[in-house]
Design a protein around this ligand. Structure first.
Ligand SMILES: [Zn+2]
Length: 263
Protein backbone atom coordinates (compact mmCIF):
# COMPACT_ATOMS: atom_id res chain seq x y z
CA UNK A 1 0.00 0.00 0.00
CA UNK A 2 1.40 3.41 -0.97
CA UNK A 3 1.88 5.87 1.84
CA UNK A 4 0.72 9.43 1.43
CA UNK A 5 3.68 11.81 1.15
CA UNK A 6 1.94 14.68 2.87
CA UNK A 7 2.11 15.01 6.63
CA UNK A 8 -1.23 15.20 8.39
CA UNK A 9 -1.21 17.84 11.11
CA UNK A 10 -3.83 17.56 13.83
CA UNK A 11 -6.69 20.05 13.44
CA UNK A 12 -5.61 22.22 16.38
CA UNK A 13 -2.15 22.81 14.88
CA UNK A 14 -3.67 23.82 11.55
CA UNK A 15 -5.99 26.26 13.26
CA UNK A 16 -3.17 27.80 15.27
CA UNK A 17 -1.11 28.25 12.09
CA UNK A 18 -4.05 29.95 10.36
CA UNK A 19 -4.51 32.27 13.34
CA UNK A 20 -0.80 33.14 13.29
CA UNK A 21 -0.98 33.94 9.58
CA UNK A 22 -4.02 36.19 10.12
CA UNK A 23 -2.22 38.01 12.95
CA UNK A 24 0.85 38.52 10.80
CA UNK A 25 -1.29 39.92 7.99
CA UNK A 26 -2.97 42.37 10.39
CA UNK A 27 0.44 43.45 11.67
CA UNK A 28 1.67 44.04 8.11
CA UNK A 29 -1.49 46.00 7.30
CA UNK A 30 -0.75 48.31 10.21
CA UNK A 31 2.94 48.68 9.39
CA UNK A 32 2.72 49.26 5.64
CA UNK A 33 0.79 51.97 3.82
CA UNK A 34 -1.92 50.74 1.43
CA UNK A 35 -0.74 50.81 -2.16
CA UNK A 36 -2.73 51.91 -5.20
CA UNK A 37 -3.59 48.61 -6.93
CA UNK A 38 -2.84 50.20 -10.30
CA UNK A 39 0.38 52.22 -9.96
CA UNK A 40 1.44 51.06 -6.48
CA UNK A 41 1.75 54.59 -5.11
CA UNK A 42 0.96 54.75 -1.37
CA UNK A 43 -2.61 55.90 -0.81
CA UNK A 44 -4.60 57.34 2.08
CA UNK A 45 -7.25 54.86 3.11
CA UNK A 46 -8.12 52.26 0.50
CA UNK A 47 -8.67 52.13 -3.24
CA UNK A 48 -7.05 53.99 -6.12
CA UNK A 49 -4.72 57.00 -5.92
CA UNK A 50 -6.22 60.28 -7.23
CA UNK A 51 -4.28 60.07 -10.54
CA UNK A 52 -5.54 56.54 -11.36
CA UNK A 53 -9.03 57.40 -10.10
CA UNK A 54 -9.24 60.31 -12.59
CA UNK A 55 -8.30 57.93 -15.43
CA UNK A 56 -11.08 55.41 -14.64
CA UNK A 57 -13.70 55.20 -17.38
CA UNK A 58 -17.19 54.83 -15.89
CA UNK A 59 -19.87 53.68 -18.33
CA UNK A 60 -22.85 56.03 -18.48
CA UNK A 61 -25.71 56.66 -20.91
CA UNK A 62 -26.10 56.89 -23.85
CA UNK A 63 -25.65 53.14 -24.21
CA UNK A 64 -27.49 50.27 -25.89
CA UNK A 65 -30.36 49.42 -23.49
CA UNK A 66 -29.82 45.70 -24.13
CA UNK A 67 -26.03 45.25 -24.14
CA UNK A 68 -25.10 48.29 -22.06
CA UNK A 69 -22.32 49.19 -24.51
CA UNK A 70 -21.84 52.96 -24.94
CA UNK A 71 -22.88 54.68 -28.16
CA UNK A 72 -20.44 57.06 -29.80
CA UNK A 73 -23.25 59.66 -29.93
CA UNK A 74 -26.72 59.94 -28.36
CA UNK A 75 -29.40 58.34 -30.58
CA UNK A 76 -32.22 59.18 -28.13
CA UNK A 77 -33.75 57.10 -25.32
CA UNK A 78 -34.43 53.36 -25.53
CA UNK A 79 -32.47 52.70 -28.75
CA UNK A 80 -30.80 49.32 -29.26
CA UNK A 81 -27.48 48.77 -31.00
CA UNK A 82 -27.15 46.99 -34.35
CA UNK A 83 -25.25 44.27 -32.47
CA UNK A 84 -28.15 43.65 -30.05
CA UNK A 85 -30.67 43.42 -32.90
CA UNK A 86 -28.56 41.26 -35.24
CA UNK A 87 -27.29 38.89 -32.54
CA UNK A 88 -29.45 39.22 -29.39
CA UNK A 89 -27.87 37.81 -26.22
CA UNK A 90 -29.49 35.07 -24.12
CA UNK A 91 -29.80 37.50 -21.20
CA UNK A 92 -32.15 40.47 -21.10
CA UNK A 93 -29.90 43.41 -20.16
CA UNK A 94 -26.25 43.88 -19.27
CA UNK A 95 -24.70 46.77 -17.35
CA UNK A 96 -21.08 47.34 -16.40
CA UNK A 97 -19.54 49.84 -14.02
CA UNK A 98 -16.39 50.68 -15.98
CA UNK A 99 -14.64 50.00 -19.25
CA UNK A 100 -12.03 47.26 -19.16
CA UNK A 101 -8.75 49.15 -19.47
CA UNK A 102 -5.36 49.38 -17.76
CA UNK A 103 -6.80 50.75 -14.50
CA UNK A 104 -9.84 48.47 -14.17
CA UNK A 105 -7.71 45.46 -15.14
CA UNK A 106 -5.35 46.31 -12.27
CA UNK A 107 -8.31 46.42 -9.85
CA UNK A 108 -9.64 43.07 -11.07
CA UNK A 109 -6.18 41.48 -10.86
CA UNK A 110 -5.61 42.84 -7.36
CA UNK A 111 -8.93 41.35 -6.23
CA UNK A 112 -8.43 38.06 -8.06
CA UNK A 113 -4.77 37.24 -7.52
CA UNK A 114 -3.44 39.81 -5.11
CA UNK A 115 -5.60 39.13 -2.09
CA UNK A 116 -6.92 42.72 -2.15
CA UNK A 117 -10.35 41.71 -0.91
CA UNK A 118 -10.55 45.14 0.72
CA UNK A 119 -11.29 46.54 -2.78
CA UNK A 120 -14.54 44.54 -3.08
CA UNK A 121 -16.86 47.01 -1.26
CA UNK A 122 -15.75 49.88 -3.53
CA UNK A 123 -16.06 47.79 -6.70
CA UNK A 124 -19.43 46.50 -5.47
CA UNK A 125 -20.68 50.06 -4.94
CA UNK A 126 -19.83 50.98 -8.52
CA UNK A 127 -21.58 47.86 -9.85
CA UNK A 128 -24.62 48.61 -7.68
CA UNK A 129 -24.80 52.14 -9.08
CA UNK A 130 -24.47 50.97 -12.70
CA UNK A 131 -27.16 48.32 -12.16
CA UNK A 132 -29.59 50.24 -9.97
CA UNK A 133 -32.52 49.85 -12.43
CA UNK A 134 -31.88 46.11 -12.82
CA UNK A 135 -31.43 45.62 -9.07
CA UNK A 136 -34.71 47.42 -8.30
CA UNK A 137 -36.57 44.60 -10.12
CA UNK A 138 -34.36 41.66 -9.06
CA UNK A 139 -35.14 38.72 -6.77
CA UNK A 140 -31.59 37.40 -6.35
CA UNK A 141 -27.95 37.66 -7.48
CA UNK A 142 -26.14 34.70 -9.04
CA UNK A 143 -22.33 34.92 -9.13
CA UNK A 144 -20.71 33.27 -12.17
CA UNK A 145 -19.33 30.08 -10.62
CA UNK A 146 -15.77 28.80 -10.88
CA UNK A 147 -15.08 25.12 -11.36
CA UNK A 148 -14.40 23.66 -7.93
CA UNK A 149 -10.81 22.82 -8.90
CA UNK A 150 -10.00 26.41 -9.85
CA UNK A 151 -11.80 27.77 -6.82
CA UNK A 152 -9.80 25.41 -4.63
CA UNK A 153 -6.56 26.66 -6.18
CA UNK A 154 -7.53 30.32 -5.81
CA UNK A 155 -9.32 29.82 -2.48
CA UNK A 156 -12.23 32.09 -3.43
CA UNK A 157 -14.45 33.12 -6.32
CA UNK A 158 -14.03 36.81 -7.19
CA UNK A 159 -17.54 36.94 -8.70
CA UNK A 160 -19.01 35.69 -5.42
CA UNK A 161 -17.02 38.33 -3.52
CA UNK A 162 -18.40 41.06 -5.82
CA UNK A 163 -21.95 39.65 -5.61
CA UNK A 164 -21.73 39.76 -1.81
CA UNK A 165 -20.68 43.42 -1.97
CA UNK A 166 -23.57 44.21 -4.35
CA UNK A 167 -25.98 42.37 -2.02
CA UNK A 168 -24.82 44.48 0.91
CA UNK A 169 -25.37 47.71 -1.04
CA UNK A 170 -28.65 46.82 -2.72
CA UNK A 171 -30.42 44.47 -0.32
CA UNK A 172 -30.86 41.90 -3.14
CA UNK A 173 -29.78 38.53 -1.71
CA UNK A 174 -27.23 36.15 -3.26
CA UNK A 175 -28.71 32.83 -4.40
CA UNK A 176 -25.71 30.73 -3.37
CA UNK A 177 -25.62 27.34 -5.06
CA UNK A 178 -28.12 28.29 -7.81
CA UNK A 179 -25.58 27.63 -10.56
CA UNK A 180 -22.64 25.26 -10.91
CA UNK A 181 -19.75 25.05 -13.35
CA UNK A 182 -19.83 21.36 -14.21
CA UNK A 183 -17.09 21.48 -16.84
CA UNK A 184 -13.64 22.97 -16.28
CA UNK A 185 -13.34 25.22 -19.31
CA UNK A 186 -10.08 26.21 -20.96
CA UNK A 187 -8.97 29.81 -20.42
CA UNK A 188 -10.92 32.11 -22.75
CA UNK A 189 -7.88 34.28 -23.51
CA UNK A 190 -6.84 34.08 -27.15
CA UNK A 191 -10.05 32.37 -28.35
CA UNK A 192 -12.36 33.83 -31.01
CA UNK A 193 -15.99 34.65 -30.19
CA UNK A 194 -17.33 31.38 -31.63
CA UNK A 195 -14.53 29.36 -30.00
CA UNK A 196 -15.48 30.93 -26.66
CA UNK A 197 -19.13 29.97 -27.16
CA UNK A 198 -18.13 26.34 -27.88
CA UNK A 199 -15.75 26.43 -24.91
CA UNK A 200 -18.52 27.18 -22.40
CA UNK A 201 -21.17 24.94 -23.98
CA UNK A 202 -22.62 22.67 -21.31
CA UNK A 203 -20.25 24.16 -18.74
CA UNK A 204 -22.99 25.53 -16.46
CA UNK A 205 -25.88 23.76 -14.80
CA UNK A 206 -28.53 24.49 -12.19
CA UNK A 207 -28.14 21.59 -9.73
CA UNK A 208 -31.28 19.92 -8.35
CA UNK A 209 -30.80 21.65 -5.01
CA UNK A 210 -30.59 25.03 -6.82
CA UNK A 211 -33.84 24.69 -8.80
CA UNK A 212 -36.04 26.29 -6.12
CA UNK A 213 -33.75 29.35 -6.18
CA UNK A 214 -34.15 29.78 -9.95
CA UNK A 215 -37.67 28.77 -11.05
CA UNK A 216 -39.92 31.78 -11.78
CA UNK A 217 -37.41 34.27 -10.36
CA UNK A 218 -35.77 37.42 -11.72
CA UNK A 219 -32.04 36.78 -11.49
CA UNK A 220 -28.95 38.89 -11.97
CA UNK A 221 -25.67 37.26 -12.97
CA UNK A 222 -22.61 38.94 -11.45
CA UNK A 223 -19.10 38.68 -12.91
CA UNK A 224 -15.85 40.65 -12.78
CA UNK A 225 -15.02 41.05 -16.48
CA UNK A 226 -16.98 40.65 -19.71
CA UNK A 227 -15.07 40.24 -22.95
CA UNK A 228 -16.98 38.24 -25.59
CA UNK A 229 -19.91 37.60 -23.26
CA UNK A 230 -19.74 33.82 -23.88
CA UNK A 231 -19.51 32.99 -20.16
CA UNK A 232 -22.59 34.98 -19.10
CA UNK A 233 -24.41 33.68 -22.21
CA UNK A 234 -23.76 30.11 -21.08
CA UNK A 235 -24.89 30.95 -17.54
CA UNK A 236 -28.05 32.75 -18.73
CA UNK A 237 -29.04 29.78 -20.92
CA UNK A 238 -28.65 27.37 -18.02
CA UNK A 239 -30.78 29.61 -15.75
CA UNK A 240 -33.54 29.98 -18.36
CA UNK A 241 -33.51 26.20 -18.96
CA UNK A 242 -34.16 25.78 -15.23
CA UNK A 243 -37.17 28.11 -15.44
CA UNK A 244 -35.81 31.57 -14.51
CA UNK A 245 -38.35 34.34 -15.28
CA UNK A 246 -35.67 36.84 -16.28
CA UNK A 247 -31.87 36.97 -16.40
CA UNK A 248 -29.89 40.24 -16.41
CA UNK A 249 -26.14 40.70 -16.10
CA UNK A 250 -24.02 42.99 -13.92
CA UNK A 251 -20.31 43.26 -14.58
CA UNK A 252 -17.53 45.23 -12.97
CA UNK A 253 -15.59 45.94 -16.18
CA UNK A 254 -16.41 45.21 -19.80
CA UNK A 255 -14.63 45.49 -23.10
CA UNK A 256 -16.64 48.28 -24.70
CA UNK A 257 -15.76 49.49 -28.13
CA UNK A 258 -18.50 51.96 -29.09
CA UNK A 259 -21.39 50.25 -30.93
CA UNK A 260 -23.45 51.46 -33.86
CA UNK A 261 -27.05 52.57 -33.45
CA UNK A 262 -29.90 50.76 -35.17
CA UNK A 263 -31.03 53.91 -37.01
ZN1 LIG B 1 -2.48 54.86 -8.86
Amino acid sequence: MAMSASIEFPKGVKRAAAAARAMLRTALDLALPTLCPSCRAPVEGRGLCPACWSKLSFITRPYCERLGIPFAYDPGPGILSMEAIADPPAYQRARAAVRFDEISRALVHALKYGDRLDLAPMMGRWITHAGREILAEADALVPVPLHWRRQWARRFNQSAILAKAVAEGSGVPVAAGALKRVKATAQQVGLSRSERAVNVQGAFKVPDEGKALVGGRRLVLVDDVLTSGATVEGCARALYRAGAANVDVLIFARVADAVRTSI
